[in-house]
Design a protein around this ligand. Structure first.
Ligand SMILES: Cc1cc2nc3c(=O)[nH]c(=O)nc-3n(C[C@H](O)[C@H](O)[C@H](O)COP(=O)(O)OP(=O)(O)OC[C@H]3O[C@@H](n4cnc5c(N)ncnc54)[C@H](O)[C@@H]3O)c2cc1C
Length: 625
């Protein structure tokens, strides 16, 4: 096994590792590059600066930037398809101009607080820069991105200060200072949440300090023998992937936001990655964690394969959404890099046949690392995002289409597609492929090839830029997800689509809304269903208000149809009003009481999860129920 000493880290990291696993040599990798240096992120929307879709005067769409496969290639089919799918006329010259950056409120910072912070933190670790403060007060919900681009009146409160601590000790000092000066502290990872989790409560009149964790981004140690690593909470997914790969390992956690989201954010939101079928969800991957809370530092004396030691309070940090403290590091499981990674794609006559295939896949075989079944509308969209073919490639494409539609009789407006990613040893992958293909045949599936599988999987990273792009052309869009038992998967998809169509019609929304579903993470008992929803809003008096009503209607329908409040996005402030529909009064009282006991001064007052008491204030004693 490789053993490289980075040399840049304090000895106590190694000592701590050896206390946990005595006698085991550990690797201390060098810290990753500072996140902002080489690859700056956009501040006015999703992704890397310089990346994004653009509509050319010719009507073709192009994905700018050289990062993803298929970028810098003109896509002539996308705009005509969007016009037809949404039943509206889109004029490429009719742009909704962004007014980013909006005017933001002045910071409210008592000098005594600033003085103490400046002493406790290194130089350059504090900023009141308006754009940075703004960025730390939002994630990526539709309403938040619309607010920063078009409607600053929706932003009433943002952090007063952003701080960049680089050790747990500095975070502990911050919490102590926050307590002395009654400040509200908000942990910030990658800012990618889609639940309004970072939106500051309008009523919060204490100073709000955003605690950016990007300087806590080191892998402290890798223990190759016991296959675990201790990683600081601000480490960003894409850096972790690259660093661990150098030592032959992977964490296997690959959310679609992996380029920007962080380990601490994953834990705090109960995240799930696209390869969860093989590696598990974040709660399966984290063995131990450390956090700084209002009551002090939470830590544990060792990392074990499993433990029965009473209530496991570390578990409370999962899904805590910044409300209970600041996660500073975690010990995670590692997996050897897969010997083989292979892609594949399947076509099914319709979405229902695909769902039946997935259901059997979940109970008869071990599913590939990633499996994604998209419905017909999403399949059509993915076709329009395919770079145009020429010459022999075009002929091949036409022949394939003829075989699927004419010879096999698949209807272009009904068929569904499934992309697959296999990972493991060559032998395991071969066996899995055989089993999956046999099962697919039983469900009338056709193989669509590895190239389509790879393209379908990687398309996700490009698709993430689509929402911001269509917003420039008067289309509002958002994704949302749920987990649902197998028996309800198909009905739930239909009901949510029908409900959104009916709600849009009732409001006289122009054209046709775009509502599409895909089935992703698989479980023995059910699956995750993920929706995209969009509509054209030009002319509507209150587009975002309408959008929020529609989104709530969709969530209502999900709950009525037997789905969960969320599979992996979480609650934040977006869905907290639904909590009383999914938890009993006693369960809610329990959670409020726990928050009050663990954080009596509401130091972590970002106001997520809580249904009782005004945000930003200590939660009141719950009324007897
Ligand atoms: C395009 C796109 C794709 C996405 N795909 C997925 C996906 O595939 N799977 C998935 O699960 N989610 C996905 N998400 C949602 C989002 O990426 C996750 O919720 C992610 O886990 C948030 O991590 P973050 O580091 O960005 O956290 P942030 O957005 O910075 O914070 C989220 C919440 O966690 C708290 N928090 C952050 N760090 C800490 C910490 N160290 N200690 C305590 N609290 C903390 C914050 O206060 C906040 O309340 C996606 C989002 C987008 C925009």
């Amino acid at each position: 096994l490789p053993r490289r000493a980075g040399g840049a880290l304090p000895e106590d990291h190694v000592a701590a590792a050896q206390r946990r696993a005595p006698g085991v040599p550990v690797i201390v990798p060098p810290p990753p590059p500072p996140p902002a240096a080489a690859e700056p992120e956009r501040l006015d929307g999703w992704g890397f600066r310089g990346m994004g879709f653009e509509l050319l005067p010719s009507g073709s769409v192009i994905l700018r930037g050289a990062r993803y496969s298929g970028s810098e290639v003109e896509l002539p089919g996308l705009l005509p398809w969007v016009r037809q799918a949404l039943a509206i006329e889109i004029d490429p010259r009719d742009i909704h101009p962004s007014s980013y950056p909006p005017t933001v409120p002045e910071p409210r910072l008592p000098p005594a607080l600033m003085e103490e912070l400046a002493t406790a933190l290194p130089a350059g670790a504090l900023t009141t820069d308006p754009e940075q403060r703004l960025r730390h007060g939002h994630g990526h919900t539709l309403e938040e991105i619309y607010a920063i681009r078009y409607d600053g009146s929706r932003i009433s409160r943002i952090p007063d200060l952003v701080v960049y601590p680089d050790s747990p000790e500095q975070i502990a000092a911050l919490v102590a200072i926050g307590t002395r000066h009654d400040a509200c502290l908000v942990p910030y990872g990658g800012g990618t949440n889609v639940t309004d989790a970072l939106r500051c409560p309008a009523e919060e009149d204490r100073p709000i300090v955003a605690v950016n964790l990007s300087r806590l981004n080191r892998i402290r140690w890798i223990d190759p023998v016991n296959r675990m690593a201790c990683i600081e909470a601000g480490a960003v997914g894409r850096h972790l992937q690259a660093q661990l790969a150098e030592y032959g390992f992977t964490l296997g956690h690959e959310p679609d936001s992996v380029e920007f989201s962080t380990l601490g954010g994953w834990i705090a939101t109960f995240a799930s990655g696209m390869k969860k079928n093989r590696y598990g969800n974040i709660e399966d991957l984290v063995l131990d964690l450390e956090a700084v809370t209002a009551l002090g530092r939470l830590s544990h004396h060792g990392t074990f394969p499993r433990e029965s030691a009473g209530l496991d309070l570390r578990r409370w940090l999962f899904g805590s959404e910044g409300s209970l403290g600041i996660i500073t590091s975690a010990v995670v499981k590692l997996f050897p890099l897969p010997e083989v990674q292979r892609y594949d794609a399947l076509l099914f006559r319709d979405f229902e046949s695909g769902i039946a295939f997935l259901h059997d896949l979940s109970r008869e075989t071990s599913p590939p690392a990633s499996v994604r079944l998209v419905d017909n509308l999403q399949f059509q969209l993915s076709q329009t995002l395919r770079p145009p073919a020429q010459g022999a490639a075009l002929l091949k494409r036409r022949l394939e289409r003829w075989v699927v539609t004419n010879l096999k009789g698949f209807a272009p407006d009904r068929m569904a597609a499934c992309t697959l990613v296999y990972e493991g040893t060559a032998q395991d992958v071969r066996a899995q492929e055989r089993a999956v293909r046999a099962l697919a045949r039983r469900h009338g599936g056709l193989r669509a090839g590895a190239d389509n599988g790879r393209r379908g999987y990687q398309l996700t990273f490009g698709i993430a830029y689509l929402r911001d792009f269509v917003m420039r052309h008067w289309i509002l869009g958002e994704s949302f997800e749920t987990a649902v038992p197998w028996s309800q998967v198909s009905t739930l998809c239909e009901r949510v689509k029908d409900r959104l169509h009916a709600e849009c019609a009732r409001r006289g929304i122009a054209g046709r809304p775009f509502v599409t579903a895909r089935v992703t993470q698989l479980y023995q008992t059910g699956a995750c269903v993920y929706f995209y929803f969009a509509f054209y809003h030009k002319g509507l008096p209150d587009p975002v208000g309408t959008f929020l009503e529609l989104e709530r209607a969709a969530r209502d329908e999900i709950l009525l149809a037997g789905g969960s409040l969320s599979h992996h996005h979480g609650v934040g402030k977006l869905r907290r009003d639904f909590l009383p529909r999914v938890f009993s009064p006693a369960a809610l009282a329990w959670s409020e009481a726990f928050k009050q006991a663990a954080d009596p001064g509401n130091r972590f007052g970002i106001g997520n999860l809580s249904v009782a008491g005004p945000p930003g204030r200590p939660a009141e004693e719950p009324a007897p129920r």
